[in-house]
Design a protein around this ligand. Structure first.
Ligand code: DQA
Length: 143
């Protein structure tokens, strides 16, 4: 069962972003760990990252008929992109939203995610572990 793991803008810069907020683990390291864990769970993780809103929309469209579930961190776009929110709305597969940081303990403009009301669940504040927990959650939902 294929799971899309989709990361949005600036997440390719993990390791270089402020470490007090995002830690020092890179996106590559997160993805390698997830790939191994997915195999253990009998899932196949496919990884995407883009800094461009339209490209992220295309990836979400591509998930139709290809993916059985999605783990998504739309980063800053989560807070204001109606276009990405609408692309998530079309999906009929389970979507789990992840944020490395606790968006509720940060600036006010991060407190609202436009996609949270549409997804199966949200994990934030657990760092890279959030992606692993999301994988477990997807496995559970799909069983
Ligand atoms: C983030 C939180 C967002 O507010 C921020 O813009 C990001 C990363 C997180 O994973 O904590 O780029 O989604």
């Amino acid at each position: 069962m294929k799971i899309f793991v989709i990361n949005g803008p600036n997440l390719n810069m993990l390791g270089k972003r402020p470490q007090s907020i995002y830690g020092k683990v890179t996106l590559d390291e997160i993805n390698k760990d997830l790939s191994a864990r997915a195999k253990e769970l009998g899932l196949e993780a496919e990884f995407y990252q883009s800094n461009h809103e339209g490209e992220l929309i295309d990836i979400l469209h591509k998930a139709h008929g290809e993916a059985k579930g999605i783990i998504v961190n739309l980063a800053a776009y989560s807070h204001y992109s109606i276009a990405l929110r609408d692309a998530v709305e079309i999906l009929s597969i389970p979507v789990i939203e992840v944020h490395l940081s606790n968006i509720y303990s940060r600036e006010n403009f991060r407190h609202k995610s436009l996609i949270s009301p549409l997804v199966a669940g949200v994990l934030c504040g657990f760092g890279p572990l959030g992606y692993r927990l999301a994988l477990e959650a997807i496995k559970d939902i799909l069983q």
